[in-house]
Write a protein that binds this ligand. Structure first.
Ligand SMILES: Cc1ncc(COP(=O)(O)O)c(C=O)c1O
Length: 362
């Protein structure tokens, strides 16, 4: 179909990418520190950006490991801090690429169901009590990919209590938390943690531009050193010019304005998608997200998002099958990214998608 509309890609809309601002920041990085950003550096990234991120997160600079995108950092973590066969608890559903990497690295995955207020911590507690203590819990705490759910304050406290009791590590992945449409941000798991067991990862892919490929991990010093060595032997050092541009963007005070701009663009798109729910068959379930990039839907009994994927493609719409985000099951669910398309395309796309689903519902 000619004007295909993608609800599949979790990427910012073209209007969210501030090419002029990035040009200014890149030029500033070259002017301020040209030799260093054009040279090889160390595996853990551009030192001035590490300093800025360390200050933001209240850690030492040698705990900050900057990577070419946060997914790369996640892969280094699997390769060096975990071993094949380790038990890793994930939200079910979770970020499909993270799940794929866990499987590719031979981890044993423990799925913890996600509710509207985040992962069911009681299920994790029961698993631990039964002797299934994970080595790592991977959680996307805010506006989760794919469900859009945010872990509630109560569940954050309960999860941290389990960390204290059982001593497992947590990786809090939070690329979407700053893109909040309403309400107050909750205290992060890494922020509240007293044990040193909670690591944090985030990215400038969603708040600034994915093409810059700048993501980072905050980890205990020794773990950060292990990750740095892995990066050094893989790509020597990450893209320092991109990190220099992000550094200039932050120190010159442009980040809050950019986040406000992206958030407003995302909210308009989310509103358009929520309005388009009228086209869905009766019994479709969806909790409108309060931030981030994604809307999650469950089709009524008898409909399969997996089976309707190709008919939707034939109607010019793509989405992510929910089943790709689970170890097993999830055939009735789907992830719709409103982030990358215009409100007008979303209106048109929801109408087309609703027609496909309603035709199947009969
Ligand atoms: C939860 C989550 N983590 C990590 C990433 C990867 O981001 P990056 O572009 O920094 O590799 C994504 C991208 O979709 C994501 O949704």
């Amino acid at each position: 179909m000619s004007n295909a509309i993608s609800f599949a890609r979790g990427a910012p809309a073209p209007e969210a990418l501030s090419a002029d601002l990035i040009a200014t920041c890149t030029a500033a990085a070259l002017q301020a520190d040209g030799t260093r950003v054009l040279s090889y550096g160390t595996g853990n990234g551009y030192p001035p950006l590490r300093e800025v991120l360390a200050a933001e997160h209240g850690v030492a600079a040698d705990q900050v490991f900057i990577t070419n995108g946060s997914l790369q950092g996640f892969v280094f973590m699997l390769e060096t801090l975990l071993s094949p066969g380790d038990l890793v608890a994930v939200e079910a559903p979770t970020y499909d690429r993270a799940l794929l990497q866990l499987k590719l690295h031979g981890m044993e995955v423990l799925p913890i169901p996600v509710q509207s207020d985040g992962m069911d911590v009681d299920v994790l507690a029961a698993a631990c009590a039964a002797g299934r203590v994970p080595k790592l819990v991977y959680t996307i705490s805010n506006f989760q990919n794919p469900s859009g759910a945010t872990l509630s304050a109560e569940k954050r406290a309960a999860l941290l209590a389990l960390v204290e009791k059982y001593g497992f590590s947590v990786l809090e992945d939070d690329p979407y938390g700053k893109l909040r449409f309403e309400g107050e941000a909750l205290t992060g798991l890494h922020e509240a943690d007293q044990t040193g067991k909670v690591m944090f990862t985030s990215s400038f892919s969603k708040t600034v531009a994915p093409g810059l490929r700048v993501g980072y991990i905050i980890a205990p010093k020794e773990a950060a050193g292990t990750l740095t060595a892995a990066a050094g032997r893989t790509y020597i050092s990450p893209s320092l010019l991109a990190e220099g541009a992000i550094h200039q963007l932050i120190v010159n005070g442009h980040l809050p304005g950019n986040i406000a701009k992206v958030t407003a663009l995302m909210k308009a798109r989310c509103d358009a998608m929520v309005a388009g729910l009228v086209h869905m068959p009766a019994g479709t379930a969806c909790t409108p997200p309060l931030g981030g990039f994604f809307m999650w839907m469950e089709l009524p009994e008898g409909l399969s998002a997996d089976a309707l994927f190709q008919p939707a493609v034939d109607a010019g719409i793509t989405f992510v099958k929910g089943s790709d985000c689970f170890l097993e099951g999830g055939e009735r669910t789907l992830r719709l990214a409103y982030s990358g398309v215009s409100p007008a395309e979303i209106a048109e796309g929801m109408e087309r998608l609703g027609a496909v689903f309603k035709a199947a519902a009969g």
